[in-house]
Design a protein around this ligand. Structure first.
Ligand SMILES: [Zn+2]
Length: 102
């Protein structure tokens, strides 16, 4: 009985407010669900952890975080081809005539 009361008190006064705040903080990096879980489980520590949560995709060339599915990486300028959720660097098409190898 006391354990249930302590758990309910934690959820109402610590878990829920901290979870919502952590979700708002990590939501700017597309990781609101992770932030909510961290905040509800860990309380104030989860809020700090949510500051480092990042659910954005990574550039396959430089591992920089990018928003959405950009065609060009904002960090290194690589051309990215997205297949499903994964990206790969698009190989440049080099024409031998243009490169002067012919
Ligand atoms: Zn990049």
């Amino acid at each position: 009985m006391e354990l249930e009361f302590a758990l309910a008190t934690w959820v109402c006064y610590v878990g829920l407010p901290c979870g919502l705040l952590a979700a708002a903080i990590s939501g700017r990096h597309n990781a609101a669900g992770t932030g909510l879980i961290l905040g509800m489980a860990l309380g104030p520590i989860g809020i700090v952890a949510a500051c480092f949560a990042d659910g954005r995709r990574q550039c396959p060339a430089c591992n920089g975080r990018v928003d959405g599915k950009p065609r060009l990486c904002m960090h290194c300028g690589s051309e990215i081809e997205w297949l499903g959720g994964h990206g790969r660097v698009r190989e440049p098409i080099i024409d031998d005539r243009v490169a002067g190898n012919e």
